[in-house]
Write a new protein. Structure first.
Length: 175
């Protein structure tokens, strides 16, 4: 916290006065990281297919996390900690994944509405899950991007006409 206040050019007490607690500060930092991801995504060349956009968003998200891995691991470690009031991490993360999905172009038409309703939240849960293993040191930096992409692909397959080799077609999405 001292390093944070020095880097920000404020007194040690200022972050606590602004946010109220260390947990709330970490929630705020996480929200800003997700906003950075969304800005980079919005600035990237648009892709016509929702699945490709989600994979691009996944790549951008992992790049942001790996830019300052020590700081981001510390922040992630605090996200499970209760703050005096609920943070906005869930809302920011869900909005980021909804941005990537757009109107769901390329997803199976019969499941598109359901995908747009549930996939942003499921991607938020799953990406945070991958990050939790990375935060704990069980997933090295070099494996973060691959595991995040595999997570996104697994979720997207449930709303795709394409099935992995050997998988039987179903009449409803796998969620």
């Amino acid at each position: 916290m001292r390093d944070l206040s020095v880097e920000a050019g404020v007194s040690f007490a200022t972050p606590f006065n602004q946010f109220g607690s260390k947990a709330a500060i970490m929630h705020g930092i996480s929200e800003r990281r997700i906003d950075t991801m969304a800005k980079r995504f919005a600035a990237a060349s648009p892709l016509p297919n929702a699945a490709d956009r989600v994979l691009m968003a996944t790549d951008i998200a992992t790049e942001v996390m790996l830019e300052e891995p020590m700081v981001n691991r510390a922040v992630m470690g605090w996200l499970g900690t209760a703050a005096p009031s609920p943070g906005g991490v869930w809302a920011h993360s869900t909005a980021f994944w909804a941005l990537a999905l757009g109107a769901g172009e390329g997803l199976a038409a019969r499941w598109r509405e359901q995908a747009l309703r549930c996939l942003p939240g499921q991607l938020a849960f799953a990406f945070r899950g991958v990050l939790s293993f990375w935060t704990a040191g069980e997933l090295p930096d070099s494996a973060l991007a691959l595991n995040a992409r595999e997570m996104a692909i697994a979720l997207l397959l449930g709303f795709s006409e394409r099935r992995p080799p050997g998988a039987a077609p179903s009449s409803s999405p796998v969620v």
